[in-house]
Design a protein around this ligand. Structure first.
Ligand code: ADP
Ligand code: MG
Length: 686
């Protein structure tokens, strides 16, 4: 290939080496013996191959948006082929009245079917290989195509390479027992078959092997990072359960722990007893009782002579944690304080002094805790609530609060799908609270449209009559979005019309209010002075009003699944039956319908997070975008989650038995990883 084409291949497709070319995998296969008649084309066919001659060609559109339209005819009908880009070049190269083999995707335009930017091949030149009728299809770009580097041409390059190379050079990197266990084909065969399969089945098996390899190697790398960290960083040894923990557990525990809470505490106990630094992610649905686990964990730390801190993402949440924890520890000799941006002057000085001289056992606060002036005598346990609100860098600053890094427990109510946890947070240990405190009734969720608003308001009235309270939440996706505020105000007026003063009190809460006003309004709702809270999503995190039994979400279409789930979690906190009403316009799109269906069907945050990832794709989930970990070539952590779990299991087992990969059966893997060293940046995960 000439230098110009070579340069283009580097620029457009990132193909620099033979290896890159081999790893430029096809994204699908076509059966080149299957030719569809033009009359039987329909949208559901997706990619098709048709055969015919061009009977007419015309450049259409105005100056700025020209396109070439070529009409293709076979013995059953015609279809338009359209080029928007590179059309001058196509116009020159296409010929009328000769037979073409045309391959492309069916689309609809003004009610007619058409194919845009199809691959064109003169039938006289088309080689339909009798033995191998399955042809790999590679992605290509307009620029590549114009230079003759069509999908087909790329395929040819690859085939040339495969025919000339010694396949033994592709060395196996998965240990033989794993290949056997999962019935995977050898690596060299997979590289060959993925490009030149003889059948659908062969193509599938080759893909399966290479996907597994991809996931397996990621897992091996993550597990090694984790092992290395555990071997290197020594943590405090919490050797005993002492007076603080036992006194609280035996004399002050307000309720028996759930089985899940006990199990998680045990996991934390085990971690912290080893001398390794704990780095644990605690997932538990809204209301599953993570705070109690945090409290007991902090007491465990105090028992072992170190201080503990709990960091929350908002002022309100920090205050709430402080109040409830302080109340629970009232009759115990534990010194606890609150530190937020609002705590100033003498009070702040006192808190800082107590942290520094070690007389403070537990410090609760916002990210104010991260500031340099906050110095601990001996911090041994840092707990972060709602971790997804904090960046990785912020979390890392907690580590630096002591010479021996404190143990870290991050808690989240936004369940991270297991598959994602295994990759993005793969080097954290994960604990799950998968059980709700007893007596909770699942929240009843319904979908209502604009027509039914009066009935919804009546329903709220009934609940208020029973002494309950209600939230009505409006979307506020962007703080600067004027429309959203207007809708909120309109909504507020409307609610007021249904619930007139003085019989009813309504609190309105949103981010544009002065803090004091907002907190005052919120407080009125917390103490039951107002029965209804009209709010934006500022209430998403934290607010705890067990007496509230109705959550009405306006413009549900505009919320993502996990946000809806978070909002719903604001009710159902007491023993009463609670309700969530998802309001939408009278007409809604398919994806919104899907989301609403999931919400109506389940209260389980894990199912919802999995579904959320399915609908939005993993790249959109918080914290994953920058990680680069999801840059997988073949595998897809949503679709291939079973395989991912298997790969994880394999990787763990192998490293457990042979941490340095020195056993003979792991030699291939060892060599492969060594050869890759320069390329990887895996030490940066999490
Ligand atoms: P989250 O996991 O969302 O942070 P919280 O820790 O705020 O949940 O707990 C929610 C509510 O459940 C609190 O009122 C808490 O006191 C209560 N709770 C927690 N654990 C139990 C339990 N084992 N039995 C009964 N109630 C519990
Ligand atoms: Mg919580």
């Amino acid at each position: 290939m000439g230098p110009q084409k070579g340069e283009l291949l580097r620029k457009e497709a990132g193909i620099f080496t033979f290896r890159d070319l081999l790893e430029y995998f096809p994204f699908r296969y076509v059966d080149r013996t299957r030719i569809t008649k033009i009359t039987s084309l329909h949208m559901q066919l997706d990619y098709v191959q048709v055969k015919g001659r061009i009977v007419h060609m015309e450049v259409m559109g105005d100056k700025r948006a020209k396109r070439l339209v070529a009409r293709l005819q076979d013995d059953t009908g015609t279809i338009d082929l359209v080029w928007f880009q590179g059309w001058q070049w196509m116009q020159k190269s296409l010929r009328e009245n000769v037979q073409y083999l045309v391959f492309g995707k069916i689309a609809a335009f003004n009610g007619n079917l058409q194919m845009s930017h199809p691959e064109m091949e003169l039938l006289s030149e088309a080689t339909i290989d009798g033995k191998r009728h399955l042809e790999a299809v590679y992605s290509t770009t307009e620029k590549l195509k114009q230079r003759g580097l069509t999908a087909k041409a790329i395929g040819k390059l690859t085939q040339n390479l495969l025919e000339q190379m010694n396949m033994n050079e592709i060395q196996e990197n998965i240990p033989a027992p794993v290949l056997q266990q999962y019935r995977l084909m050898p690596r060299s065969m997979a590289y060959f078959k993925i490009h030149m399969p003889a059948s659908e089945e062969e193509a599938k098996q080759a893909q399966r092997r290479l996907k597994f390899e991809e996931l397996f190697l990621v897992q091996i790398k993550i597990c090694r990072v984790k092992m290395r960290r555990q071997a290197q960083s020594h943590g405090f040894v919490f050797g005993k359960v002492g007076e603080f923990f036992n006194d609280f557990y035996n004399n002050h525990l307000p309720f028996p722990l759930t089985g899940a809470q006990k199990r998680v505490l045990k996991e934390i106990r085990q971690d912290t007893a080893t001398g390794k630094q704990m780095n644990r992610l605690l997932q538990g649905d809204v209301g599953s009782g993570k705070t109690m686990v945090a409290l007991l964990t902090m007491l465990l730390a105090n028992d072992n002579g170190v201080q503990a801190c709990l960091m929350a993402p908002t002022e309100i949440l920090a205050q709430q944690h402080f109040k409830s924890i302080a109340a629970q520890l009232e009759n115990m000799p534990v010194n606890i304080a609150l530190l937020t941006g609002n705590i100033k002057g003498k009070q702040r000085k006192q808190v800082l002094a107590a942290a520094a001289d070690g007389s403070l056992h537990i410090l609760v606060g916002t990210h104010a805790l991260l500031e340099k002036e906050v110095v601990f005598k001996n911090l041994g346990m840092s707990i972060v609530d709602e971790q997804h609100r904090f960046g990785v860098a912020q979390r890392a600053r907690l580590w630096e609060k002591n010479t021996t890094p404190p143990h870290v427990l991050v808690m989240t109510a936004t369940p991270i799908p297991r598959t994602l946890a295994m990759t993005v947070y793969g080097d954290l240990d994960v604990s799950v609270i998968d059980e709700m405190p007893p007596g909770r009734k699942p929240i009843t969720t319904v979908h209502r449209t604009e027509y039914q608003r009066p009935q919804v308001m009546d329903f709220i009235r009934e609940e208020i009559k029973k002494g309950r309270q209600a939230y009505i939440v409006y979307p506020l996706i962007d703080e600067s979005e004027k429309m959203d505020y207007e809708n909120l105000m309109k909504g507020y007026e409307e609610v007021k019309a249904f619930f007139p003063e003085p019989k009813y009190n309504i609190s309105m809460v949103h981010g544009r209010q002065p803090t004091e006003m907002r907190e005052n309004n919120m407080h009125r709702f917390v103490i039951g002075e107002s029965q209804i809270m009209v709010a934006t999503t500022v209430i998403e995190v934290g607010v705890n009003v067990p007496n509230a039994s109705v959550m009405v979400i306006e413009s549900t279409e505009r919320f993502g699944l996990s946000q809806l789930h978070q909002l719903r979690g604001r009710v159902g906190r007491g023993a009463d039956q609670s309700y969530c009403v998802l309001m939408t316009g009278n007409k809604i799109g398919n994806e919104s319908r899907e989301r609403i269906k999931v919400m109506v069907q389940t209260n389980n945050g894990f199912i919802i997070s999995e579904k959320d990832m399915e609908l939005r794709g993993p790249g959109d989930l918080e914290g994953t975008r920058q990680s680069g970990i999801l840059d997988l070539r073949l595998a897809d952590i949503v679709q291939d989650k079973a395989m991912l779990a298997a790969a994880r299991e394999c990787a763990e087992k192998i490293l457990e038995e042979d941490p340095d990969l020195l056993a003979p059966e792991n030699k291939g893997l060892f060599d492969f990883l060594a050869s890759q060293k320069t390329k990887s940046q895996w030490s940066k995960i999490s």
